[in-house]
Design a protein around this ligand. Structure first.
Ligand SMILES: NC(=O)c1ccc[n+]([C@@H]2O[C@H](COP(=O)([O-])OP(=O)(O)OC[C@H]3O[C@@H](n4cnc5c(N)ncnc54)[C@H](OP(=O)(O)O)[C@@H]3O)[C@@H](O)[C@H]2O)c1
Length: 304
């Protein structure tokens, strides 16, 4: 990226600065980039952090050119953890239009956050994945200089997995064990993902990178660590793999956001224990200090 002295490069943040990764992007890029945040519900905190915001639903944006004026780098985060098929299709359409308009506008760098490999049938029957892959393909087949970054499960303040798992364990003193717990997971911190996006964004070329955290945990060792951090002896109710997916599906249909059926299946597939990302100028953050801090916070909340 060519930097003009005294002028900050402009980053178009599609998905905004309030989501899990978005907040870490603001912390990472805010000091030396002008960030334009585009998502459905911009927040006052973003303006306070110096971002310019624009309320827009990426499903509905038909012409991205006005958003792209003067933009040096596009970074896409917008996606749903769960939604109806038509929303995934429309959002993928909107992001494909963004890719084409960015190409036409001659944007120098396009950084796209995607997801790791998944069970093959997800590509056929899970719009979460098949539509995401459609966007990935649009990025890859464009003329853009791009970096696709595909992190595994993230942890960070107010995340929706580890934090929620810990609250559930604290409340019930038990947790389901999905299958034998012998599969793996390598959680990566959102702050590290933001630094990885910066590095990959600055590298140039056309790259596709998976990113795991520093340790490839056996799943049941990680859940044991959650219990221990909360001062509890690990206690599980054991479910077979298929019953785990059924339970997640049941919770999902009852409106729970704890774990979706596809997430349980992905976990059980043993495809989420990605190798550690190599290339940052500091070690990747371990998950243990986060777990311990979260346990203290949960303890304080329940006492107060
Ligand atoms: N969390 C993980 O463990 C994980 C792991 C691997 C990859 N990823 C990927 O990382 C990216 C960010 O994930 P995250 O966990 O930070 O998700 P998140 O907290 O749900 O944030 C996503 C953001 O996208 C915005 N958004 C959603 N739909 C939009 C739309 N139609 N138009 C414009 N903006 C929209 C949302 O803001 P509004 O609601 O205000 O629109 C939200 O703040 C996603 O692409 C996800 O697939 C996440």
């Amino acid at each position: 990226m060519t930097e003009v002295p005294g002028q900050k490069p402009v980053l178009l943040l599609v998905g905004g600065g309030t989501g899990l990764v978005g907040r870490s992007i603001v912390a990472e890029f805010g000091r030396d980039h002008e960030i334009r945040s585009v998502h459905r519900r911009p927040a006052a905190a973003e303006t306070a952090a110096g971002l310019s915001t624009r309320a827009a639903d990426a499903e509905a944006v038909t012409d991205w050119r006005p958003f792209l004026e003067g933009v040096d780098m596009v970074l896409t985060l917008a996606w749903y953890r769960q939604a109806r098929r038509r929303h995934f299709v429309r959002l993928a359409d909107g992001l494909e239009r963004l890719v084409h308009d960015a190409e036409d506008a001659g944007v120098r760098r396009f950084v796209h956050v995607s997801v790791p490999d998944a069970p093959a049938h997800f590509d056929v029957d899970l719009p979460y994945l098949s539509e995401k892959r459609r966007v990935d393909r649009a990025v890859r087949s464009s003329r853009l200089d791009y970096a696709i970054v595909r992190p595994t499960m993230l942890f960070g303040p107010k995340d929706v997995l580890l934090t929620v798992m810990m609250r559930t364990i604290h409340r019930y003193h038990r947790f389901p064990m999905f299958g034998d717990g012998e599969y793996h997971i390598s959680p990566i911190s959102v702050a590290d993902v933001a630094s990885i996006l910066r590095r990959e964004g600055a590298r140039g070329g056309r790259t596709d990178t998976v990113a795991g955290g520093p340790r490839r945990w056996r799943y049941r060792d990680l859940t044991d660590a959650l219990f221990r951090a909360l001062g509890l002896k690990p206690r599980y109710f054991h479910l077979s793999g298929p019953n785990s997916v059924r339970l997640a599906w049941l919770l999902e249909t009852l409106g729970s956001t704890l774990l979706y059926a596809y997430e349980a299946e992905w976990l059980l597939s043993d495809m989420l224990g990605l190798p550690p990302y190599v290339g940052l100028d500091r070690p990747l953050a371990d998950v243990e200090p986060f777990i311990e801090a979260e346990a203290r916070r949960i303890g304080q909340l329940s006492r107060g």
